[in-house]
Ligand binder design. Structure first.
Ligand SMILES: NC(=O)c1ccc[n+]([C@@H]2O[C@H](COP(=O)([O-])OP(=O)(O)OC[C@H]3O[C@@H](n4cnc5c(N)ncnc54)[C@H](O)[C@@H]3O)[C@@H](O)[C@H]2O)c1
Length: 460
């Protein structure tokens, strides 16, 4: 494509046509994959101004290539339950883009896992990992296996079967998985053990999120939640504000939610509510994170048990109503599409000032638009929750060097990464004509890094 005059009307329409045509192509090729199409649509909308400045990306077909995964691996996972019955689940690994480094992204065990969800997560990961500034590509994997109600041995047998197949496609310089929903350090431990058994060696850098006692990084467990709060803190700073004295609501009570609450409290906030998939608790005295840790990390109990220890707290059945709790800052940290437009409107009416996405794509497109239209500060997931993968990349470095950094060293580096991410999102939004819009800023800043590497590596 020959483009000589930039920023003129003719070229503007060429850039728009390009985005429109490629989106049509993506839609036709990925019919019915609603989460994946939702994620691509958001990116495409943000990138229009980029193609106005950079016709070379059109010339190199970057949008067509960046939306097509390098490969999607689907496989059968057969395993035997405690009664001796054979069970079959489906396993996935989407290796989306390795222009910046080995594929990197978590593994999710949840009954809702399907091809669309895997692809959306891996696609988002492409931009997120680029934003960290570290040498990591992007992938995501998982299975529709439901760990709820399974015995420890069933989880081990399933995980070993899953990794026996996946081991053919991963490795420290090839693809480095980590945890996600339903996959914590216990499951990573089983995967790591089985992988090494199959390979007959000890490849420390093949998984991240390992136990710090054997190859994991200190500070990894806390990284996503802490990182989200560090990012929101930077965002608040530009509005001369902080977490001090703020009322905060956090959805979820898993890995991300727990450490987001912990850091917000450390910075002087009062966390009023948190949830699990059954319901939410409201504690007017402020959520006691140690009780949540005990319930979720050690006892595997439902969140309603919290009220047995804290008599002032109230349990509400149904997790979605958590957004009716009035707050200054809302941190959705549970799952995708958990905050819809109606929730956004209630939050806005209740005076919310800032939103930080700890989970991946927790807010629907309508909800984001409503926040932006009302001047609510909005921190998008691919920037705000990149702290987890950033510390995962630090785990890879430590494994390669065969040494361990202290928790303070890791936290300091994490803080710096989150500040850098904030600055690059902020600057990209400004230089492409959308000051303050961090959704657009994150998409553009992440895209530019990957796109430049793709151009440099030639067409393939
Ligand atoms: N763990 C990480 O390092 C990391 C990094 C980046 C992004 N994420 C994303 O953060 C989100 C949470 O991941 P996690 O690692 O904390 O998982 P987790 O399995 O530790 O916790 C998930 C929590 O959400 C709750 N939940 C599920 N559906 C819910 C709903 N509809 N409403 C309220 N609560 C609900 C579960 O009960 C659980 O408490 C996911 O979107 C994940 O992809 C995680």
């Amino acid at each position: 494509m020959e483009i000589t005059t930039r920023n003129n009307t003719e070229y503007k329409s060429k850039a728009n046509d390009y985005v429109h045509e490629v989106f049509q192509l993506v839609k036709d090729r990925n019919q019915g994959e609603k989460e994946f199409l939702q994620a691509t649509r958001e990116i495409f909308d943000s990138l229009r101004p980029v193609f106005l400045k950079h016709p070379e990306y059109i010339h190199n077909g970057i949008l067509e290539r960046i939306t097509e995964p390098d490969r999607v691996i689907t496989f059968r996972v057969a395993w035997e339950d405690d009664t001796g019955k054979v069970q079959v689940n489906r396993g996935f690994r989407v290796q989306f883009n390795n222009s910046l480094g080995p594929y990197k992204g978590g593994i999710r065990f949840h009954p809702t896992v399907n091809s669309s969800i895997m692809k959306f997560l891996a696609f988002e990961q492409t931009f997120k990992n680029a934003l960290t500034g570290q040498p990591i590509g992007a992938g995501k994997g998982g299975s529709d296996f439901n760990p709820k109600g399974k015995s420890e041995r069933e989880i081990m047998r399933f995980t070993q079967s899953f990794i026996t197949e996946l081991s053919k496609y991963i490795g420290p310089d090839m693809d480095v998985p980590a945890g996600d929903i339903g996959v914590g350090k216990r499951e990573i431990g089983y995967m790591f053990g089985q992988y090494n058994r199959l390979r007959g060696g000890y490849e420390a850098g093949v998984f991240t999120g390992k136990d710090p006692n054997h190859g994991g990084s200190l500070g990894r467990k806390e990284a996503t939640g802490y990182g989200t709060v560090y990012f929101v803190e930077e965002m608040l700073k530009t509005a001369n504000d902080s977490f001090e004295g703020k009322k905060v609501v956090v959805s979820g009570s898993g890995n991300v939610a727990i450490y987001a609450m912990e850091k917000a409290i450390e910075l002087g906030a009062l966390v009023l509510a948190c949830s699990d998939s059954n319901g939410y608790i409201y504690d007017p005295n402020g959520i006691d994170v140690e009780t949540i840790k005990q319930l979720k990390e050690f006892d595997s109990k439902r969140i309603k048990e919290y009220t047995k220890v804290h008599k002032n707290a109230v349990y509400h059945e149904g997790c979605m109503d958590i957004w009716s709790v009035a707050c200054d800052i809302a941190l959705p940290c549970a799952t995708q599409n958990e905050m819809a437009k109606d929730d956004a409107i209630i939050l806005i009416q209740n005076g919310v000032k800032a939103i930080g996405e700890g989970a991946n794509m927790p807010c629907t497109e309508d909800a984001i638009l409503a926040f932006q239209a009302s001047g609510v500060l909005f921190a998008p997931a691919k920037a705000a929750n990149a702290g987890g993968v950033a510390v995962s990349a630090m785990e890879m470095s430590q494994n390669s060097m065969r040494l361990s950094w202290t928790v303070e060293e890791v936290d300091e580096k994490l803080k710096q990464v989150m500040k850098n991410i904030y600055t690059s999102c902020y600057n990209a939004a400004e230089s492409y004509g959308h000051p303050g819009n961090l959704v657009i800023g994150a998409n553009i800043a992440g895209f530019l890094k990957v796109a430049d590497a793709m151009v440099a590596h030639g067409i393939h």
